[in-house]
Design a protein. Structure first.
Length: 953
RNA sequence: GCUGAAGUGGUGGAAUUGGUAGACACGUUGGACUUAAAAUCCAAUGUCCAUUAGGACGUACGGGUUCAAGUCCCGUCUUCAGUACCA
């Protein structure tokens, strides 16, 4: 073989790696461990486009590099295989989602006759060093058994704020029976009643269960949820974008439903603090901080006049307490109905009704409009005892803080606007500040005035004293508030994990791990039932027999030993919140979710690569579960992902043809002037690298284009215009990696994706540019094929000085680049190395062997092939990375740039042994210097040995 | 509005600590080889002026620090991403 037959080479080595299990990681190795993880994909029927593998290629380069560096590398892959598309496909076609999912992963033909390549086949073509023996699919019962188990563990736990850990529910029960709940500092539902030990012992079992539910880390509660009627399910906050569903863009309304929730809010402070312990980008940490939304301030209680009620509010500005001139409640606030006077009743009710009717989106759309109604009631200022009007207004959100605010118009712009609009007083509590135009919100320059004991104090001191005084009179206390809400965990869907829950007398009961997994039942249709129950409501065999410990027919439900099972399923993020532990275990997967030995060895993910779009969902939920599992000593780590890199999106270059408005006529890009045109997408596969459209193919693309007229350029070609957009099927700009592999090879694809630009940056894909990388690989191949008739040839002669210099500068640069995830620049470095070695006519074994190892993380197939041609029998994958030796880069002279006033004018080769004075003398004596100076005497000469010479004057 | 990131040739991008701006590629132009094509190779390619020698300008814009600024400082603009009546 003398030509570079990449297709043969790549198929050969991919087969070899699979057969030999080359990349299977060992769970007991003396080598240091390194765990590299990709965010696992949802296997959609559309298959991979060239944007998807970018992160996988980067992580694969790093994994292979780490193996060369002597690490035992775990680099697994799997599928986040529960999800909406498979279910919607099931609704349309009746095909079971499990079947669709399998075809999408393994390839085949779906029941609509579409040929599906299959994720696994597509991934295999790219030559990843994944350890497939540890594959995970979240929809496999063997896997979701443990997702269900974690759910039951959360159910059987509570959060103790005194020790700041999750504890077993038994410890809480013990506390309740010995001292009631008055001293317990736990995360619990709002408005939890207080009781003594005697009360507790006297409660019925149902009552006790109900109370415990208010403390459990996953709990059932009537909550106001984001209901999406089109999708027929509730959505979590992070599944809603701009007030509509992230998937499909459907309207979302507020609705009260009984739902499972996760008490993630208990972990808010730890989720925030531990961000400092991980090596993530500042922007993604910031996204998480915003989402957690910590704010420090105080709660203040306002006594309502003539009522036995207090209204608690949260404020970050207790220092402005004397600036309160009214209060505003959210229209949904529970006290509204009670407080409203008869005179205001009608106005208040119509306002409440009107806001309830508006969707989230409408409410967001006009934040500018100020609206509100006076309730007629008054509260009392805690210090001055002055009466304060109580209003309602939709600028106050029911879901944040206490759903009520103390309005300080002089210090808050929204309160200010509200006061101006309704003619309410605006007292000024700031010294020397003009508030006739707008509120004064700056904290730094605050000096408090007109505020009794706070007068003359600056912000920080005033806050402290205000809280102290509030606590003294029992009207408030210091308090930290978080924006992070508990996460709704129920979905009214079929294709998700069933809850391991049955109901006895209306109270939820967990199924013991010994009887898990609780597998999804078979149903005929994947739609909600006619009575509005979730799809599982259609199952006939969906009841739990507590004696047989198995699922039985619904007909057997008797309320004594056989009970109804939960009809909701878990959300998409359940399975992805712990999958990184599952990969660690390969031996006893049905017995444990991951063994202690495996977890002690692998610890956490050293490098996690994936998109930044999971900043608030997946990354927050998995951190929460890991902290919980850590508290119960199920896992040895507090954080799942030590270092994270977020790869940028690869964008597509869409092709547009211009259609003349109202006619079946298209004009080429250069001819469009004078026409009223409308751009439409053409499939990029019909356009060549010079932007010429294959007109015949275009005519055949759509029936309506068959007889279209085409106005071409002078040379007869028809040109499209290009625009960079997100890669998507609907924009006809998708490039399939399979095609690139067939045409140029996986090694070319891998190197080109790395060469495109910095990993974390968004960048457009341009197939035309791939030829540069491809010719580079061919050129490298030729370096090893300098024998007669281009046969393989390397010599055992000693390497020249130049050869060694090229090699070692390459080792140094490539090593630094990989460590810094600067993969694009190392591809350039390889090109420079091969260009140099080619012109040096290098065929030295010593040099070429090292070169092959250097490049093998990037282009593993060609590296394996050349390695075996060099006479090695073992795979190159574990060969030691070449060692950099600085001695080969030592220079005796330097070509100095000579600048005049900072501008480089000429270069001069000088010995590096020379002193500053000698250099200066040599430069000043040079004829070009004399010519440049033109008789002037320089004011100053800067000599930086080894760097530069600058002559000033 | 707030937060974060970024603005460099026709294009993707490089310049890791202030020290030769535009590495490495794509594209374009010209040439070699070939009956031809493909493949390969060679040369040119920031803009402007100049026949050459050479010169002026040049890293979003305006200032500043420095012998020297894409890089540091101040101000402005633009783009992208996240988030938003958060009290």
């Amino acid at each position: 073989m003398s030509k570079y037959h990449f297709n043969d080479i790549e198929a050969k080595w991919q087969k070899h790696w699979a057969e030999k299990g080359t990349f299977h990681a060992s769970n007991n190795s003396d080598l240091p461990k390194y765990y590299v993880l990709d965010m696992f994909p949802y296997p959609s029927g559309a298959g991979l486009h060239v944007g998807h593998p970018l992160g996988y290629i980067a992580s694969d380069v790093y994994s292979r590099y780490k193996r060369h560096k002597g690490f035992n590398v775990l680099h697994p892959q799997g599928y986040d295989s529960f999800g909406l598309p498979a279910e919607q496909y099931a609704i349309q076609t009746g095909q079971h989602p499990a079947q669709t999912t399998q075809v999408n992963i393994e390839g085949g033909v779906d029941n609509q006759g579409n040929r599906i390549a299959g994720y696994r086949n597509q991934l295999d073509k790219i030559g990843f060093s994944f350890d497939w023996s540890r594959e995970v699919r979240t929809s496999n019962p063997e896997y979701y058994k443990w997702t269900q188990w974690i759910f039951t563990e959360l159910f059987n736990a509570w959060y103790n704020f005194d020790t700041d850990t999750s504890e077993k529910i038994e410890t809480l029960i013990t506390l309740f029976s010995s001292e009631g709940n008055t001293k317990v500092n736990a995360a619990c539902d709002e408005g939890m009643e207080t009781f003594t030990a005697n009360d507790w012992i006297g409660f019925s079992s149902e009552k006790q269960q109900e109370i415990l539910l208010g403390y459990r880390l996953t709990y059932l509660a009537e909550t106001e949820v984001n209901w999406c009627p089109e999708l027929g399910t509730v959505l979590a906050n992070d599944e809603i974008v701009n007030g509509v569903s992230e998937r499909g863009g459907y309207a979302v309304i507020r609705k009260k439903m009984k739902q499972w929730s996760m008490r993630i809010s208990a972990f808010a402070e730890r989720l925030l603090q531990d961000l400092d312990t991980v090596d993530w980008s500042e922007s993604i940490k910031e996204t998480q901080r915003n989402w957690i939304g910590k704010s420090v301030g105080a709660t203040v209680e306002f006594q309502v006049k003539d009522h036995d009620a207090k209204i608690p509010v949260f404020t970050t500005r207790p220092d402005t307490i004397f600036g309160v001139s009214f209060m505003t409640l959210a229209p949904e606030h529970e006290l509204v109905a009670k407080l409203t006077t008869a005179a205001q009743k009608e106005a208040v009710e119509s306002y409440v009704h009107a806001t309830a009717k508006r969707s989230e989106r409408e409410r967001m759309a006009d934040v500018k409009t100020i609206s509100g109604v006076f309730t007629g009631a008054f509260a009392e200022h805690p210090f001055t005892k002055e009466p304060i009007q109580i209003w309602i207004g939709d600028y106050v959100l029911a879901g944040y803080g206490t759903g009520a605010v103390m309005a300080v118009p002089c210090g808050d712009q929204r309160d200010y606007d509200f006061a101006k609009h309704f003619g309410l007083p605006i007292p000024n509590v700031f010294e020397g500040v003009d508030i006739s135009e707008e509120a004064f919100t700056d904290k730094e320059n605050t000096v408090i005035a007109n505020s009794d004991f706070l007068n003359g104090l600056k912000y920080k001191k005033a806050v402290k004293l205000a809280i102290y005084e509030l606590e003294k009179i029992g009207a408030g206390e210091g308090k930290t508030n978080y924006r992070l809400r508990d996460a709704v965990f129920s979905r009214q869907r079929y294709w998700g994990e069933p809850f391991p829950v049955y109901y006895k007398n209306g109270m939820p009961q967990m199924i013991d791990v010994a009887h898990l997994p609780l597998e999804l039942p078979k149903i005929e249709k994947y739609l909600p039932t006619e009575t509005g129950e979730p799809p599982l409501g259609r199952a006939d065999v969906w009841a739990w027999d507590t004696e047989k410990c198995s699922v039985v027919s619904n007909e057997l439900v008797d309320g004594k030993t056989v009970f109804s099972l939960e009809l909701n399923t878990m959300p998409g993020w359940a399975g992805s919140s712990w999958y990184f532990f599952r990969y660690m275990e390969k031996e006893h997967r049905s017995e444990v979710f991951a063994s202690k030995e495996a977890m002690d060895y692998w610890q956490n993910v050293d490098l996690y690569i994936g998109g930044s779009e999971h900043g608030t969902g997946h990354l927050l939920y998995s951190r929460f579960w890991v902290k919980f599992l850590y508290d119960l000593q199920h896992v040895p780590v507090k954080e799942p992902f030590q270092k994270m890199i977020n790869q940028g999106m690869i964008l597509g270059e869409s092709a547009f043809v211009y259609r003349v408005e109202g006619q079946n006529k298209f004009v080429s890009k250069g001819k469009k002037d004078g026409y009223t045109i409308q751009p439409i997408h053409a499939d990029v596969s019909m356009v060549n690298t010079s932007n010429e459209l294959d007109v015949e193919a275009f005519k055949n693309w759509r029936v309506e284009f068959k007889d279209a007229e085409f106005v071409t350029e002078e040379d007869g070609t028809f040109k499209v215009s290009r625009e960079v957009e997100k890669m998507s099927k609907s924009k006809y700009n998708v490039v399939n990696p399979d095609d690139i592999c067939d045409q140029y090879g996986a090694d070319t694809l891998r190197m080109y994706e790395m060469f495109l630009g910095p990993l974390e940056q968004a960048k457009p894909w341009n197939t035309a540019g791939i030829s540069g990388v491809h010719s580079f690989l061919k050129k490298m191949w030729r370096l090893f094929h300098g024998g007669p008739d281009d046969t393989f040839f390397v010599s055992d002669d000693a390497a020249t000085k130049d050869n060694l210099k090229t090699l070692h500068k390459t080792i140094k640069k490539v090593e630094e680049d990989i460590e810094n995830f600067s993969f694009n620049t190392s591809v350039s470095t390889f090109m420079i190395a091969v260009n140099e070695l080619t012109s040096q006519k290098c065929n030295s074994r010593e040099i070429l062997e090292s070169l092959v190892v250097l490049i093998s993380p990037y282009a593993p197939h060609i590296a394996e092939e050349l390695w075996s041609l060099l006479g090695h029998e073992q795979s190159i994958s574990a060969v030691a990375f070449p060692k950099f030796e600085a001695k080969h880069l030592v220079e005796s002279s330097k070509e100095y740039p000579i600048s005049f006033n900072g501008k480089m004018r000429f270069k001069l080769e000088l010995s590096l042994d020379m002193t500053k004075e000698e250099i200066e003398a040599a430069v000043m004596a040079h004829e070009k210097t004399i010519q440049q100076l033109d008789g002037r005497t320089p004011k100053k000469v800067i000599v930086v040995p080894g760097k530069i010479i600058n002559i000033v004057g």
